[in-house]
Write a protein that binds this ligand. Structure first.
Ligand SMILES: Cc1ncc(COP(=O)(O)O)c(C=O)c1O
Length: 373
């Protein structure tokens, strides 16, 4: 019998994708090094160390009663709560299976072979993945001081550019572009290119900003029909495992996004938990305060150890350790998981998510011991 097996046929741009490197799960490290999972500290995925809000847990358990049915495909309750919170009509909101889904949906709606997307060096890895999955061209703009160089990003817009991503604050570097600069950039892009270039303003870490840095990005959505503001419940709202995020954009753009999203992209438990979390101001305040204190704790330790770090506006800090693979392995052996960021073009750095005080202390003690070996 002749062997009729043929190689898998896939578009070259799909075969070329380097998959997303997620933070190592606690159970995986426990298996690999024979460690007790209870003693492992994970500071690798910018999750909320407080655990999910109790209000969201209660709402989720109540919603579990109806899991034999499909979720509400239009997410009425959650959209209504978001519309009220952000003072926009409900048809300006798109829900996503995490904000990652929003980024993918934007790429699906707007990119194709022959089009391009602009984003910054050392920015969120999913911009590359979403662009590549559509067979579109990448225009990666060199970072300035580890952050977005908006002037260079404006200049980089090409005739075939349809999408431009800004992460604000940025992951993995933690940098932030102030509101007046974002507004001036959007004005410039819109004046030069009209609605041809859609800007995604990815604000996954927005709730961690100090009050003096916060600005009203939905006011910008009202002004610019080519703007998508993307937010998540995974970070400050503590719901990463449930996967829920959302976009705010004017109706014409929202309509396009809705055409390509999965009909039931946000599950029942996630919708119910997100409504509760959105109303839980006390939890959000606690998450902000705990993060601010943890950031100070980590930065003080880095100062003490004379390690360079990028001042962070998010729930993580990027620190320069030199031989990052060696330090990372030594941390893993001590049961501490952080995030190597060589794949983001930062081979000498580690990204450390901000944990509870005792988790931060475990990391600091381990790092101090490793550096003095
Ligand atoms: C900048 C940025 N945007 C979006 C996301 C996606 O998060 P999620 O899909 O959990 O909302 C992340 C996650 O780390 C992120 O760092």
């Amino acid at each position: 019998m002749t062997n009729t097996t043929k190689p898998l046929a896939a578009p070259a741009h799909v075969s070329a994708i380097a998959p997303y490197q997620a933070g190592k799960p606690i159970e995986e490290l426990a298996r690999e090094f024979g460690l007790d999972p209870a003693g492992i500290v994970k500071l690798a995925s910018n999750e909320n160390p407080l655990g999910m809000p109790q209000s969201a847990r209660a709402a989720m358990l109540a919603a579990a009663e109806s899991l034999a049915r499909y979720p509400d495909p239009n997410g009425f309750d959650l959209k209504a709560a978001l519309a009220k919170r952000y003072d926009v009509p409900m048809n300006w909101i798109t829900l996503g299976n995490g904000s990652n889904d929003i980024l993918e949906i934007a790429a699906l709606a707007l990119l194709e072979p022959g089009a391009s997307a602009v984003y910054a060096q050392h920015s969120f890895a999913v911009y590359r993945l979403a662009t590549q999955a559509r067979g579109a061209r990448h225009i990666v703009v060199p970072a300035q001081d580890y952050g977005h160089d908006l002037d260079a990003m404006f200049e980089a817009i090409a005739d075939d550019t349809r999408l431009l991503f800004i992460a604000n604050p940025n992951n993995p570097t933690g940098t932030f572009v102030p509101g007046d600069k974002v507004a001036a950039f959007l004005e410039r892009v819109h004046a030069a290119h009209g609605d041809r270039v859609t800007v995604v303003l990815d604000e996954a870490y927005n709730e961690y900003l100090d009050p003096e840095h916060r600005f009203d990005s939905t006011a910008l959505v009202r002004r610019y029909p080519n703007l998508i503001v993307s937010r998540t419940f995974s970070k400050a709202y503590g719901l990463a495992g449930l996967r829920v995020g959302f976009a705010v954009a004017q109706p014409a753009l929202t309509d396009l996004l809705n055409r390509v999203r999965q009909p039931f992209n946000v599950n029942t438990l996630a919708q119910a938990a997100a409504v509760a979390a959105l109303g839980d101001a006390a939890y959000l305040e606690q998450a902000y305060a705990s993060n601010k204190a943890g950031k100070a704790q980590l930065c003080a330790a880095f100062d003490q150890l004379k390690l360079r770090y990028v001042p962070s506006y998010g729930n993580f800090v990027l620190v320069h350790v030199g031989d990052a693979p060696r330090i990372n392995l030594a941390l893993l052996k001590r049961g501490v998981i952080v995030r190597p960021v060589a794949g983001d073009g930062l081979p000498e750095w580690l990204r450390v998510s901000i944990g509870l005080p005792q988790e931060n202390a475990r990391f600091i003690d381990a790092l101090t011991a490793i550096l003095s070996e």
